[in-house]
Design a protein around this ligand. Structure first.
Ligand code: 13P
Ligand code: SF4
Length: 319
């Protein structure tokens, strides 16, 4: 514990010395979220992380999250140094949608508008017309529908299912998935609901559609967080990464939260839903990346310029 306190103090000093800010996602370790809050950084969903980084006056952004979040920060702030504790922290959606294969896929449908989830590489965003996050995907697809556009959607198939159901349009779809949310199971969720009949069910739309169908609230991490804070209910079953419990419990300390089951054997939170790539962020590698200037994000300028168009379109739309 003493060692941790010293490590945190060292990080705080390094942040000051480098005029740096922490930008953390809700899924990283509690202590990283707390440190971001204490030091004037932010803990947020992927949309807010992008906005915060773009508006920050810091010289350096240290992104505690996964690779696409660091890349988004760099795309919006090329003049800033953007570091990550571990550059290998990626995302199954990003890995499952390689830019060359995606370009070939899109080439089959030349008159389609290409909409990609933020959980993709800069190269994939450079191919796209629009970037979306779970926080604005529905509004943006509805907007495109009103304009009569035909849409290619990538890469998350479950989020795609949800969007299609909500908007009533059919999209040409890439079939990716999030390895964390894909694991939520309906049978076990029904059983947990029976055990806690008063609990409201909160589901991130990266979950399978049968799980989404059982939800009282579907939405981005931010939406789920707001639900716990603002709904009068006292108990919630949460189908998203366990990391979000830190913020949920902070905003509503007296409320009871249960993590949605990821399989018949999984009932305790030792093996509950938690992203292995988010878990690669820790205090030590956070300290090291600032101290040694490792884990720096670089994006080739022509890619950045192209990707920025689709990314900026999203941010302008959501403003
Ligand atoms: P949010 O956009 O809700 O933050 O979720 C994206 C995600 O899955 C990050 O891993
Ligand atoms: Fe990607 Fe899923 Fe991890 Fe989010 S939780 S970073 S979508 S693998």
């Amino acid at each position: 514990e003493q060692q941790k306190t010293a490590l945190k103090a060292e990080i705080k000093q390094l942040l000051k010395d480098n005029n740096a800010q922490l930008v953390a996602h809700y899924y990283v370790d509690d202590e990283l979220q707390a440190l971001a809050e204490e030091t004037g950084g932010v803990v947020a969903d992927s949309l807010e992380m992008a906005n915060f980084g773009a508006q920050s006056t810091a010289d350096m952004l240290v992104v505690c999250g996964v690779r696409f979040m660091g890349e988004t920060a760099k795309m919006l702030s090329p003049e800033k140094t953007v570091l990550m504790p571990d550059l290998d922290a990626t995302c199954s959606l990003d890995v499952g949608c390689p830019a060359d294969e995606f370009a070939a896929f899109c080439a089959q449908y030349p008159d389609y508008t290409v909409v990609v989830y933020a959980n993709t590489s800069a190269e994939v965003k450079a191919i796209a017309d629009w970037v979306v996050t779970s926080g604005n995907a529905l509004q943006i697809v509805n907007h495109l529908k009103e304009q009569g556009k035909k849409i290619i959607w990538a890469p998350d198939r479950h989020l795609g299912d949800w969007i299609e159901k909500q908007t009533g349009i059919e999209m040409i779809r890439w079939q990716g998935h999030c390895i964390v949310h894909d694991e939520f199971k309906t049978f076990e969720l029904e059983a947990l609901k029976q055990k806690h009949p008063k609990a409201k069910v909160l589901v991130h739309p990266e979950s399978p559609s049968e799980v989404v169908d059982l939800a009282d609230v579907v939405g981005s991490t931010k939406v789920l967080l707001n639900a716990v804070e603002s709904m009068p209910d006292e108990e919630f079953i949460v189908a998203t990464d366990y990391g979000i419990f830190y913020k949920m419990q902070q905003t509503a300390p007296h409320k009871k939260l249960y993590i949605a089951p990821t399989g018949s054997k999984v009932q305790s939170c030792n093996s509950c839903a938690h992203c292995p790539w988010m878990a690669m962020n820790g205090l030590e590698n956070l300290r090291d990346c600032i101290k040694n200037r490792t884990g720096e994000i670089h994006i080739a300028e022509p890619i950045r310029q192209k990707a920025l168009v689709s990314l900026q379109r999203m941010l302008d739309f959501s403003r």
